[in-house]
Design a protein around this ligand. Sequence first.
Ligand code: GLN
Length: 180
Amino acid sequence: MRIAILALQGAFVEHQQMLSKLGIDSFLVRNLNDWSQPKDALIIPGGESTAMTRIIKDEELYEPVRAAILAGLPVFGTCAGLIMLDGDHLNTMDIKVKRNAYGRQLGSFETTDTFEGIGEVPMTFIRAPYIESVGEKAKILSVVDNHIVAARQDKQLVCAFHPELTEDTRIHQYFISMIG
Ligand code: GLN
């Protein structure tokens, strides 16, 4: 199994480290040439969704990435990566997202809460979004303080927090089990 990690901007290295801990091969995608390699799944990391959107378009990756996800390539988006899948960005997942949703004071915080199918997991939020609503096809996996912070739609998994910044590998393992 080989997982592509979008490395235009943001916290892609931490995902790569997480995957290597799990013994999973991965490669970084910065341009179309990288993208052309065979892959079983894609991770879109946290960072800044406005910058990521600009670069994905400049590199002419927007259309091929979107097409691959719509064709069923499993994808895992964390934080800005979650925003990238919503209706205003790649538009592959039926979710409505509120960016920078916790305001300046609570922009960054850590907590522990329930993730469906896993149990209690540590969660690191950094200027995080939350999901305001999910469409019929999406399933809510985690709610923190009445806000949806993780969801799944077919082979698309999103978290508003950063599992790659903790020592806990279970959410990455959950994604790997989705790849099949
Ligand atoms: N605030 C960022 C955005 O709106 C997301 C932050 C993150 O990925 N840690 O894109």
